[in-house]
Design a protein around this ligand. Sequence first.
Ligand SMILES: Nc1ncnc2c1ncn2[C@@H]1O[C@H](COP(=O)(O)OP(=O)(O)O)[C@@H](O)[C@H]1O
Ligand SMILES: O=c1ccn([C@@H]2O[C@H](COP(=O)(O)O)[C@@H](O)[C@H]2O)c(=O)[nH]1
Length: 324
Amino acid sequence: MLGMRGVLLRSRHSSRHPSAERVVTTLVSYFRPRVAGLFSSRGMAANASNVGEPKANTNGRFNGRLNGVEGKSPFLIGVAGGTASGKSTVCKRIMEKLGQVDVENAQRQVVSISQDSFYKELTPAERAKAERGQYNFDHPGAFNEDLIYQTLKDILAGKKCDIPVYDYRTNSRCEGQFITIYPADVVLFEGILVFYFPEIRDLFHMKLFVDTDSDTRLARRVPRDINERGRDLEQVLNQYMNYVKPAFEEFCLPTKKFADVIIPRGADNIVAIDLIVQHIREFVVNRNQDQMRNEGHASPSPATSPVHGARRPNTPDVYFKRPH
Ligand SMILES: Nc1ncnc2c1ncn2[C@@H]1O[C@H](COP(=O)(O)OP(=O)(O)O)[C@@H](O)[C@H]1O
Ligand SMILES: O=c1ccn([C@@H]2O[C@H](COP(=O)(O)O)[C@@H](O)[C@H]2O)c(=O)[nH]1
């Protein structure tokens, strides 16, 4: 398959041209973007939410000045993969590498949202089943597809959104609790079936699939569900054998083919995460420059701008070439 030390990357049209799987190399390592807090070692929240009241951003002209302001359309990234494959850990790593852990909530420019926030409300009968580990949370029908679609459309339209908070211990939403997502530069949307629904899948600018082997995933899921989600061992294993594993094979794994980037070994794959981060940076730099130009501000000149000066005319920052 592809080279590039464990990161598999496909062009958008690779399904039509299966022989044309591409190796991505990048030209942007020399970018020293001045935009947003995305590019320094400080300023990005480590946690996955963009929560809090908007505040004036005082870090300079480029620096996320639209944060918290409606109308800002983000770079939307879908992150799929089996249960406990490391989806949320990969998102966390991306956020860490893009930014500043200590930044104030309202200045966050990268936001991560979980598909699990969009589980349907259960009927009393379903709830009783869920408590016995007999409800299938891994079936596409368990998710509120319409709410996911509408929320992502709102996010892409730069609207502020309220996301339900989900409690795995009760298998239900926390009543009346929401996380406010403010307009951001980059939004990550992660979950087992984020590429399952075609209309939702088509909204993503970039699609990642975290590909961790199933033994490792089970070995991680068992302690996580016991320690963090209030389950006992028998319940976890029964649910896994009856629902999680078959649904992974039927609904999740087949969506791997839609991914632009497949990340073997999840968060351990630093090369893949670094490439993804570079691609995101490039998008944000270019978007902010276009925005400045559209607003009638002079573009940074090649002589003075490390961003522009490093760029050759008509040369894409990320390009694809055929594997040798
Ligand atoms: N690379 C890794 N090495 C060790 N443990 C990991 C790694 N990635 C994730 N984990 C752990 O595995 C569990 C599942 O990871 P998580 O990122 O929550 O997966 P997902 O979001 O796909 O369900 C968590 O307890 C997490 O801390
Ligand atoms: O109430 C619930 C809701 C979900 N689950 C399980 O969670 C995983 C999805 O979350 P990951 O973080 O991707 O593992 C899914 O496999 C469901 O089985 C649950 O057990 N209870």
